[in-house]
Design a binder for this molecule. Structure first.
Ligand SMILES: Cc1cc2nc3c(=O)[nH]c(=O)nc-3n(C[C@H](O)[C@H](O)[C@H](O)COP(=O)(O)OP(=O)(O)OC[C@H]3O[C@@H](n4cnc5c(N)ncnc54)[C@H](O)[C@@H]3O)c2cc1C
Length: 405
């Protein structure tokens, strides 16, 4: 059975992540919001420290997206593993700053893809590298099965030759590797989509531009052109076979691991907004009383209690999805539920907190206005709110993606 207390062995990790969020992220949060595209160099030392922590631990991740490999504990018992520790670490760090978490070296979403589906040899070869993830294209966002980037096997050299365009690649400029989704045969549909690990230094992977954004400005978002980009066959993740029966399963597996992480980011940001709002309300003489019905309190306190209930629901769904991943239970449904609830809650709570705090919430003197801007992405990338609801509906109704679009 799942126990939703923070597992004892992760308590120190949560404490350390919180300390980093408070002492490293928050003080530089505004600076890198204003200096979009500047590299937060403060993170280099931090990333080295985290590498050291992970090396010396059997807990896997803990701070970023790399620690989501599913391992069988063998004894059939219940475990709290690297998915749980990673989510807990991310919640704390995103209480500090989501954009800076996304900028942490070696913790990219491409690292999750590698951790999720790479074989042992690939895992070792790509160890210590920072990997971004490139799925989205100008004509393929929510419908990732529509991607047009092609991968053609060069029979002579054995290499795959990639051609196409990728947009909105988080950490695309800064990462060492980019995990690129491409199709081996567009006529076959989803089953022919494979992921390839491309070195950033590959001359066929051309950086086109960096995007300017509403929020998470500390995080770089790149667009690439793949122009006869040659990739060695050993950089294909998963099987090179096109198996129509397995369809999308290989690549989609990554999302079951990464959606709880993005939900965790939203949970962390939501808590930051709530705590800041409670502080400001208290300064203004509005106290929240958890022992009295909401209806008997001020409107502001009642609204706060309602937001907090949503936050708790999002947090528990997120922990459940991560726990299921650690225990090798299929969690596509729970991962989408967590992402949908946490993403929606985070946007909603951030905007309501800005409203509750009035001009203080809207001004740049505090971080609330920034958090309201940062929040939106968490309900957008790794599948929008609408797409998560669609996935949930398909699962509950037993419909395929062809039957329910
Ligand atoms: C800052 C940022 C970072 C990103 N990082 C990455 C990254 O690292 N790697 C990567 O590959 N991508 C990344 N993305 C891309 C992101 O995942 C996509 O933007 C997202 O999947 C939505 O795709 P789209 O923008 O093409 O919107 P569209 O798919 O065109 O959707 C537009 C709207 O229509 C809705 N919609 C679409 N289909 C349906 C449907 N069937 N039913 C109901 N509503 C629907 C959507 O919910 C949305 O509201 C990033 C995006 C941003 C903004």
């Amino acid at each position: 059975m799942i126990n939703l207390e923070i597992p004892k062995k992760f308590v120190p990790l949560v404490g350390q992540a919180h300390q980093v969020a408070e002492e490293v992220f928050r003080p530089i949060s505004r600076k890198y919001d204003q200096e979009e595209h500047a590299y937060p160099k403060e993170l280099d030392m931090l990333a080295a420290l985290i590498d050291g922590m992970n090396d010396g631990s059997d807990l896997g991740g803990g701070a970023g997206a790399a620690g989501v490999r599913r391992t069988d504990n063998g004894d059939g018992g219940v475990r709290n593993g690297s998915n749980m520790s990673t989510v807990l670490g991310i919640i704390e760090l995103c209480w500090g700053d989501v954009g800076l978490l996304l900028s942490m070296p070696r913790q990219g979403l491409g690292n999750s893809a590698i951790a999720s589906v790479a074989n042992d040899e690939q895992l070792k070869r790509f160890e210590g590298k920072w990997a971004a993830m490139a799925i989205t294209e100008p004509e393929a966002g929510s419908d990732s099965a529509a991607i047009r980037t092609t991968a053609v096997l060069d029979e002579e050299t054995g290499e795959y030759v990639l051609n196409g365009e990728k947009i909105y690649v988080t950490s695309g400029e800064r990462a060492d590797l980019v995990v690129v989704w491409a199709t081996l045969d567009r006529s076959v549909g989803r089953a022919a989509i494979k992921s390839f690990v491309v070195e950033r230094s590959n001359p066929g992977l051309k950086l086109d531009r960096l995007e300017h954004k509403l929020g998470i400005r500390a995080s770089d978002t790149a667009a690439f052109i793949l122009d006869d980009c040659r990739v060695p066959p050993e950089n294909l993740l998963g099987s090179p076979e096109v198996d129509a029966r397995r369809g999308f399963a290989g690549v989609m597996q990554t999302f079951d691991n990464t959606r709880p992480l993005v939900a965790g980011m939203a949970v962390g940001l939501t808590r930051a907004c709530l705590e800041e709002t409670a502080r400001l309300m208290s300064e203004a003489g509005v106290e929240v009383d958890w022992d009295r019905p909401a209806a008997n309190q001020t409107a502001a306190a009642a609204e706060y209690l309602a937001m907090e209930a949503d936050y708790e629901a999002a947090r528990l769904l997120t922990l459940e999805a991560a726990w299921m991943a650690d225990n090798s239970k299929p969690n596509s449904l729970q991962a989408s539920m967590a992402k949908a609830k946490a993403g929606r809650t985070c946007v909603d709570v951030a905007l309501r907190c800005v409203r509750l705090c009035g001009s203080l919430g809207y001004g740049e003197g505090l971080l609330l206005e920034k958090w309201a801007r940062d929040a939106k992405i968490l309900d957008l990338f790794e599948g929008t709110q609408q797409i998560q609801l669609l996935i949930i509906a398909r699962q509950l109704l037993g419909k395929t993606s062809a039957e329910l679009k």
